[in-house]
Design a protein around this ligand. Structure first.
Ligand code: AHR
Length: 317
C-alpha cells in the first residue's frame, strides 16, 4: 500500500505520545499529610518551615496540620489524611503513647506512616514504616557530661522539663539523671514542666527562685525556649544568668547559641530540626516499596563558650 510508511509513522508518533501521557500520569505529585505537634518553640517553627519549604521545592502536595499541643487534634488530622487518600502520613507525635488505634486505621487503608522527631511506644512495630529524628538520650547524656566537668561534679540543680509524656522530656530527663548519678555532689533539688514554652520556662523559674532562692546553682532546661524564659526570670530576680546560675539546655536554636555567646547560657546541646529533605527522601523510598532504615538519627553537636561565637553566623535556625 502506497500510504503504509506514512501510517506507520503516524502510529509510532501516537504510541510515543500515549507513553508520554501515561508516564506523566504515573509521576503525579506525591500527596503527603503531616501532623505536626504545634508551634510551641523556635525549634518547632524551624521544623515546620523545613517540612513546608522542602515539599514546595519537590512539588509534593503537603497537607499540613498544626496539632496545637493536643494529641486529639493530631489523631483527628491523621484520620482526615486517611479519608483524603494521601500517599503517606508523617507524624510528629506529641506524646509517646496512645497512637496504636489510629495507626491501625492507616495500616488498614494501606497508607504508610513515617514517625518523625519524637518516638512512640507501641505494641505493634509494624504500624509505622520508620522513625527519623534526634537521639534524645544522647542529648541528655551530653548535657550531664558537660555539666559535671564544668562544675567539678558539685551543685544543686533545678530542671525545666518539656511536655509531660513526650519522648524528649522522658528521654532527656532519664539520661541526664543517669549521667549525673556518677557524681554524688550533683543533686536535682526540683523539677517541673514548662511545656517546652518560653512563658512556661519563665513562670516555673520564678517559682523555683521563690522557693529555693540562692540554693540554686544550676539550671538544666529540656529546651532553649524554656532556658531563655528562665534567663528573664533570673535577671528580674537580680541574679546573673550564666554566672550566679549555670545554665545548660538543648536545641541550639540561633537565640540559644547567641545567649551562649553573650554568656547568659553556658552550654546548648544541638537538636537539629531541619530534616525535611531526609523525611521526603524516605517517603519516596517507602512509597516506591524500597527498604529504609528502621530508625535514623540526626547527628547533633554541642556549643559552649569555646565554640559558640565561631558558629553563630552560620546557624540556619
Ligand atoms: O521534640 C523536639 C523538641 O520539641 C525540641 O527540643 C523542643 O524545642 C520542641 O518543642
Amino acid at each position: 500500500m502506497k500510504n503504509a510508511p506514512v501510517l506507520k509513522l503516524l502510529f509510532a508518533t501516537l504510541a510515543v505520545a500515549a507513553a508520554v501521557v501515561a508516564s506523566a500520569a504515573d509521576q503525579k505529585p506525591l500527596k503527603v499529610g503531616f501532623a505536626q505537634t504545634g508551634a510551641e518553640s523556635a525549634w518547632r517553627t524551624a521544623n515546620s518551615e523545613s517540612m513546608k519549604a522542602e515539599a514546595a521545592k519537590r512539588g509534593i502536595e503537603l497537607k499540613f496540620s498544626d496539632g496545637q499541643g493536643k494529641q486529639e487534634n493530631q489523631i483527628r488530622a491523621v484520620r482526615s489524611f486517611i479519608t483524603q487518600h494521601v500517599d503517606a502520613i508523617v507524624l510528629a507525635p506529641l506524646v509517646e503513647t496512645g497512637w496504636d488505634p489510629v495507626l491501625r486505621e492507616a495500616k488498614r487503608a494501606g497508607i504508610p506512616v513515617i514517625i518523625t522527631d519524637r518516638t512512640i511506644q507501641t505494641a505493634d512495630e509494624s504500624l509505622y514504616a520508620c522513625f527519623i529524628g534526634s537521639d534524645f538520650v544522647e542529648e541528655g547524656t551530653m548535657a550531664a557530661d558537660w555539666l559535671a566537668k564544668k562544675v567539678n561534679g558539685t551543685g544543686r540543680i533545678v530542671e525545666l522539663q518539656g511536655t509531660p509524656g513526650s519522648a524528649p522530656a522522658n528521654d532527656r530527663r532519664k539520661a541526664f539523671a543517669e549521667g549525673i548519678a556518677k557524681y554524688p555532689g550533683l543533686k536535682i533539688i526540683d523539677s517541673q514542666s514548662g511545656d517546652f514554652r518560653r512563658t512556661g520556662g519563665k513562670e516555673v523559674m520564678e517559682a523555683f527562685i521563690k522557693k529555693h532562692g540562692k540554693e540554686i546553682d544550676i539550671l538544666y532546661a529540656h529546651n532553649d525556649d524554656m532556658a531563655l524564659g528562665a534567663v528573664q526570670a533570673i535577671e528580674e530576680a537580680g541574679l546573673k544568668p550564666g554566672k550566679d546560675i549555670i545554665i545548660v539546655s538543648i536545641d541550639a536554636v540561633r537565640e540559644g547559641v547567641q545567649a551562649v555567646v553573650d554568656g547568659k547560657i553556658n552550654c546548648v546541646v544541638e537538636c537539629n530540626p531541619l530534616f525535611g529533605p531526609k523525611v521526603y527522601d524516605t517517603v519516596a523510598k517507602v512509597f516506591a516499596g524500597e527498604k529504609v532504615e528502621r530508625k535514623s538519627f540526626n547527628k547533633d553537636e554541642l556549643f559552649d563558650a569555646t565554640n559558640a561565637a565561631a558558629v553563630i553566623a552560620s546557624r540556619k535556625y
